[in-house]
Design a protein around this ligand. Structure first.
Ligand code: UDP
Ligand code: MG
Length: 318
């Protein structure tokens, strides 16, 4: 009988310190799991350190190593998308290169996906070791908000680390949107997912690639991609304000008819104008966010641009 194949997709951005350790550990796992074939697919996301050279060296020694190198940094979402597109395995795992997703867990995940009726084994964590206090609070609040405003199931602490069957991977790839928020996409495509909780260790080396601004943009991406609640909220507040304005108009008309004094109260009027203008600008901003996403979608730009793959390396060495 033909052996099954697991593709390990690893997005890497400036991971020269972590990569050799990652490869050593995943290689050990593959030696233990003799019943399956492996493919290690590294996505070099425009790294400016020795990441690509290291992947090329690995490829020279191990034909199971494959890679795609982007022409610049396109972000982890693009890296994961490319990895899924290029993967050829019957099962595909997505893992970080920094060993926060321990390679040793693949064995248990494979056992569960083959013996139990699941299409995906996914990991979640509550530990968040190494994340700043501020990032932990921000993440908690964000999950609280998104679970209220989106119909998609959002698992707190869900990582991108997961092992999926090919049919789930194909479903994910059928969603070609440019503004990608994978955690929402995984949930949108459905399939039977088993969640395993684990203690995510600290990054083995290097630094996290997320700063506050990147994280904030990603959080907005999640909301705009999977919820229209901000638009509905804007409309609701608009109706509420019209109602208050109507009451205020009635009050002023009656007051003027009974006691006169039509010009009094201009400071409060100035405050109201400023307040309402602020609300209007805020809601225009919300509409603008959705509009900007539509703008990027209709441009239909590629998710990533490939500079080289392992095939180019073979041509060079011929
Ligand atoms: N990554 C990437 N492109 C980027 C940023 C990150 O491919 O623009 C990769 C990174 O090399 C790592 C994974 O995505 O393998 C997770 O990144 P990181 O550890 O910085 O995220 P965190 O664990 O802090 O959420
Ligand atoms: Mg990490």
């Amino acid at each position: 009988m033909k052996k099954s194949k697991i593709s390990i997709v690893v997005p890497c951005y400036n991971e020269e310190e972590s990569l050799p350790i990652f490869y050593k550990r995943i290689n050990q796992v593959s030696k233990k799991m003799k019943m399956v074939d492996f493919e290690f697919l590294f996505i070099d996301d425009g790294s400016i350190d020795q990441t690509l050279n290291q992947i090329q060296e690995m490829r020279k020694k191990d034909p199971r190593v494959r890679y795609i190198s982007f022409s610049r940094n396109f972000g982890k979402e693009a890296g994961m998308f490319a990895g899924l597109e290029y993967s050829t395995g019957d099962y595909v795992a997505i893992m970080d290169a920094d060993l926060q997703d321990p390679p040793e867990m693949i064995e248990k995940m494979y056992e569960e996906i083959t013996t139990l009726e699941y299409d995906c084994i996914a990991l979640r964590t509550n530990s968040h070791v190494g994340y700043s206090f501020f990032r932990k609070i921000f993440t908690k609040c964000w999950y609280l908000l998104i679970s209220k405003i989106s119909s998609m199931q959002q698992i707190p602490g869900a990582r991108d680390f997961r092992l999926m069957k090919r049919k789930m991977v194909d479903a994910i790839l059928s969603m070609r949107e440019y503004n990608r928020y994978s955690k929402g996409i995984f949930s949108f495509v459905g399939f039977h997912t088993k969640w395993i909780e684990y203690e995510a260790p600290e990054r083995i080396a290097g630094k996290t690639k997320w700063n506050f601004w990147k994280l904030f943009r990603y959080a907005i991406e999640g909301i705009v991609s999977f919820s229209t609640a901000p638009l509905i909220f804007s409309a609701f507040v608009g109706v509420l304000f019209c109602f208050f304005a109507f009451i205020a108009i009635l009050f002023i008309i009656i007051k003027t008819l009974l006691w006169g004094d039509p010009v009094g109260g201009w400071p409060s009027l100035a405050c109201i104008i400023m307040f309402v203008s602020g609300i209007q600008l805020l809601f225009m901003g919300i509409i603008g966010m959705y509009l900007s996403k539509i703008y990027m979608e209709i441009k239909n730009r590629p998710h990533y641009i490939v500079k080289e793959t392992e095939k180019d390396l073979e041509i060079k060495s011929c």
